[in-house]
Unconditional design. Structure first.
Ligand code: DQA
Length: 144
């Protein structure tokens, strides 16, 4: 099984940014743990991060050509307004799970809406880095 994890803007600053909200573990630390778990589970996992909308869209389109079986995406702030990322995700017919480290529904009102969620299979919010692991488990055990 081939899975792609996409992280949007500012997620490369995990461990540095707003630690009271996102915790102290670095982006690389979380993604390394995720890759180790994928290896144990026999999942071919690729991890991608970009601070730009176009970069994320290009990677989603590449996933189609690469015949990826599922996409786990934390779109960062783009979740709340990027119709272009939503359209890119909608154009690929594989399961998609949206992940947010923080509980966006407990935060500012502008974070309560995700334009991405309606084109995803499911959404995991508020469970910190565990959200990525749960999403990977869900892909393996339940969805694919
Ligand atoms: C986030 C939530 C978004 O609202 C925010 O813009 C982020 C991180 C999360 O993982 O909790 O950058 O996606």
């Amino acid at each position: 099984m081939k899975l792609l994890v996409i992280n949007g803007p500012n997620l490369n600053f995990l461990g540095i940014r707003e630690r009271g909200i996102y915790g102290t573990e670095s982006y690389d630390g979380i993604m390394e743990r995720l890759k180790e778990k994928a290896k144990e589970d026999g999942i071919d996992l690729e991890v991608f991060q970009s601070n730009s909308e176009g970069g994320i869209i290009d990677r989603i389109q590449q996933a189609y050509h690469d015949r990826v079986n599922g996409i786990i995406i934390n779109p960062g702030a783009y979740a709340h307004y990027s119709i272009a990322i939503r359209d890119a995700l909608a154009s690929i017919e594989v399961p998609k799970i949206e992940v947010h480290m923080s509980n966006v529904y407990k935060r500012e009102e502008f974070r309560h809406t995700s334009v991405i969620a309606p084109v995803c299979t499911g959404e995991i919010v508020g469970l910190g880095s565990m959200g990525y692991f749960l999403a990977m488990d869900a892909m393996k055990e339940y969805i694919i």
